[in-house]
Write a protein that binds this ligand. Structure first.
Ligand SMILES: C[S@@+](CC[C@H](N)C(=O)[O-])C[C@H]1O[C@@H](n2cnc3c(N)ncnc32)[C@H](O)[C@@H]1O
Length: 192
């Protein structure tokens, strides 16, 4: 059901979420990372500008997971240099790995899943991260009504992440792109 929905969006090119660039708050976060050997995952990556940016900055252990063939095709056409064996074409919720990640970057994926799957998202993130790994990125900060994109609040988001992680920091992003200003939280979620 979900796969069909996203395949249709990619086929019809109704991809209004696509910023055509790496998200500035995530770029600023990447820019202050020192260890370039870390394993990074970008779920629901779409055109994966963040993955390209990471690779170009020397983060060669960057992986993407995406359910829709249309998204994968679009990304590959845009950035053919990305290693094939670092692309997981599958449902994020079914992703299994024997090599957990140091960092998972969230960029308009959480808001794309059905809200009833948010708890499952938090549990899956915990399972995919190394013990001190981090989930970092952006989540929307507007009332949860119809979607996608599905909104939410810090209070609601904490109910999913606090049972899984010891640190859940969510602050208003100060460097969002103009249409998203005041509507995004920069989140950093990890266990100490
Ligand atoms: C709103 S788009 C965001 C794409 C990209 N992160 C961006 O910001 O441009 C959500 C993406 O998640 C993908 N997606 C939705 N559900 C998924 C799932 N369960 N597993 C993997 N990818 C999924 C969709 O195909 C779509 O490309």
């Amino acid at each position: 059901m979900e796969k069909e929905f996203w395949d249709k969006r990619w086929k019809k090119k109704t991809t209004g979420w696509d910023m055509g660039q790496v998200s500035p708050p995530i770029q600023a976060y990447i820019d202050q990372l020192i260890d370039k050997s870390i394993r990074v995952l970008i779920p629901g990556c779409g055109n994966a500008y963040e993955a390209q940016y990471l690779m170009e900055q020397g983060f060669k252990n960057t992986f993407i997971v995406e359910i829709s063939q249309g998204a994968i095709d679009s990304f590959k056409a845009r950035y053919p240099e990305f290693p094939e064996d670092q692309i997981f074409h599958q449902d994020f919720f079914e992703l299994e790995t024997t090599h957990p990640f140091d960092l998972i970057l969230e960029q308009t994926f959480f808001c794309a899943i059905q809200p009833e799957k948010r708890n499952e998202y938090a549990v899956k993130m915990k399972a995919l991260l190394k013990p001190k790994g981090k989930l970092v990125g952006l989540m929307f900060d507007f009332p949860l009504e119809s979607g996608p994109p599905f909104g939410g609040s810090v209070k609601e988001y904490e109910t999913y992440f606090l049972p899984q992680f010891t640190t859940v920091k969510m602050d208003r992003a100060h460097n969002s792109i103009e249409p998203r200003q005041g509507r995004e939280l920069f989140v950093m979620i990890c266990s100490d």
